[in-house]
Design a protein around this ligand. Structure first.
Ligand SMILES: Nc1ncnc2c1ncn2[C@@H]1O[C@H](COP(=O)(O)OP(=O)(O)OP(=O)(O)O)[C@@H](O)[C@H]1O
Ligand SMILES: [Mg+2]
Length: 463
């Protein structure tokens, strides 16, 4: 249930409860007021009548007494009956047309020391208030009048109808009003809610339009300022990030070209020396040709690897099983492994395929495996392990070779960084690049006696 619906419902419940309570209180007050008013009137009627009748009773003028009370009962609409007892307490006259009730004389007796009495009689015709007055003080002669509550009930009924109508109108009007009001109150809150949702999604710079000057309006102002500031901050961060990238790229380019120049200059030196000597002594030996050839090959090797490193082709995707690639590579370097007396431990577990460029990934794993073999010229243990962790495939390559000193661990992925006499220093940087292009990670850990390279690659998404 939404906030505005909750508020509206709460309002309606309050309105209904209040209306019902008010109606009930008004009804009780009205009943009490009407009863006491009726009583006062009834008592005055009874006293008047008793004055008029007293003389007729003394003369035992039954005929006139009956006349007077009949006339009276016809005149007073609320009177149900009148009866009179004589000086001996016996029934003298009454207004019952079809015989009087037998136990009538026991109704509403007046206490000895009192002059009047009131009693509510519960009869078949409904509630009747019997008002009795003594006609002569200290004598048993009494006058009783019975007042019906019909009129009061009718009035109460019509009051009740009005009350129902009024309560229903109040409830309907209240419900409508609370719907409108709750919508009015909660609409800005909903706007704010949507706005903060957008903010949390990174949609900065938007403004929420709330015109009210209350707490919600002030909150909206604060959020609007925040949104502006966040946008500014985002723009500045992006700008400085771009600048950083530019500087980083330039530095990398400088380092790369420096490395490349150095790598090419080295083999060029013997060629240059040879040609200088050739100028003075134009005799060329087979050994000279071998030197030139090996130098040119070295340049070729550097340039080919560099091209491989700098290459940023689009990948030629296919489903690849890393275990198959590892087996292929191991076949390639089997001879070297055996010759160096390296013992091989292979632990390949069943892994799902990954989507990638087969030749590139083969190159990446090859470089790492070759480094491991090259690190154990005197033999050792090479362990190749594959496993799966969630959505990722892990390849661990460990060797017990010379290890990597802590101070150079940071540099081994840099292009042209090498500690080998004839290494180009491009192997690991090429592997790093390829793995990164496959959204994977390459990590290295070298402790005493064991160096491990871990490749993490995402498995193919089969959705
Ligand atoms: N398994 C390893 N054990 C010890 N040192 C390693 C290992 N793998 C890499 N290194 C270090 O990292 C350096 C960089 O390796 P990288 O493969 O990039 O170049 P390289 O092997 O020297 O040259 P190239 O790959 O062209 O033969 C290596 O020279 C070596 O010092
Ligand atoms: Mg290498």
């Amino acid at each position: 249930m939404r906030l505005w619906q909750k508020i509206a419902l709460l309002n309606i419940v309050i309105i209904i409860t209040m209306s019902m309570l008010t109606a009930f209180i008004i009804r009780s007050i009205t009943i009490n007021a009407m009863r006491s008013e009726g009583l006062i009137q009834g008592e005055s009627i009874a006293t008047n009548l008793s004055d008029r009748i007293s003389e007729l009773l003394l003369y035992e003028d039954y005929y006139n007494a009956s006349e007077v009370i009949s006339e009276f009962i016809n005149k007073e609409r609320d009177l149900r009956y009148i009866f009179i007892t004589d000086l001996n307490g016996k029934l003298f006259a009454h207004t019952f047309k079809e015989g009087h009730p037998k136990e009538m004389l026991n109704w509403n007796p007046i206490a000895k020391d009192s002059t009047k009495s009131v009693q509510l009689l519960n009869t078949e015709e409904g509630n009747i208030t019997d008002i009795a007055v003594r006609i002569f003080a200290g004598m048993p002669a009494e006058l009783h009048i019975g007042i019906k509550e019909d009129r009061m009930i009718k009035t109460l009924n019509s009051i009740r109808n009005y009350m129902i109508l009024l309560t229903a109108s109040v409830i309907i009007a209240g419900a409508l009003l609370s719907f409108v009001l709750s919508r009015m109150i909660t609409k800005p809150l909903e706007q704010l809610n949507e706005f903060t949702d957008n903010l949390s999604r990174g949609d900065f710079g938007r403004q929420v339009q709330i015109s009210s000057r209350d707490e919600v309006g002030r909150l909206a102002d604060t959020f609007n300022n925040l949104s502006k500031e966040l946008l500014l901050y985002k723009e500045r961060t992006e700008e400085s990030y771009k600048q950083m990238l530019r500087t980083e790229k330039l530095t990398a380019l400088g380092r790369l070209s420096g490395g490349l120049a150095h790598e090419i200059k080295n083999p060029l030196m013997p060629i240059k020396t040879l040609f200088q000597a050739f100028r003075d002594n134009p005799q060329i030996t087979r050994q000279d040709v071998d030197i030139v050839l090996s130098s040119v090959e070295q340049i070729d090797d550097v340039v080919t690897k560099f091209i491989g490193f700098a290459r940023n082709d689009t990948l030629n995707y296919s489903d690849i099983y890393v275990n198959a690639i590892i087996k292929d590579i191991l076949e390639l370097i089997e001879f070297q492994i055996k010759e160096q007396g390296i013992s091989l431990q292979i632990e390949l577990s069943k892994t799902p395929p990954l989507s990638g460029d087969r030749p590139m990934l083969k190159q990446a794993i090859f470089n790492i495996l070759l480094n491991a073999v090259e690190a154990m010229p005197e033999g050792g243990k090479l362990r190749v392990q594959t496993s799966q962790r969630g959505e990722y495939i892990i390849i661990d390559i460990s060797d017990t070779g010379i290890g990597i000193p802590a101070e150079i661990q940071e540099k081994i992925f840099d292009p042209f960084f090498t500690t080998k006499k004839d290494g180009t220093g491009l192997g690991l940087s090429i592997s790093y690049n390829i793995i990164r292009m496959h959204k994977g990670q390459l990590q290295c850990k070298s402790d005493v006696g064991e160096t491990t390279f871990s490749i993490t690659l995402p498995a193919a998404n089969k959705t």
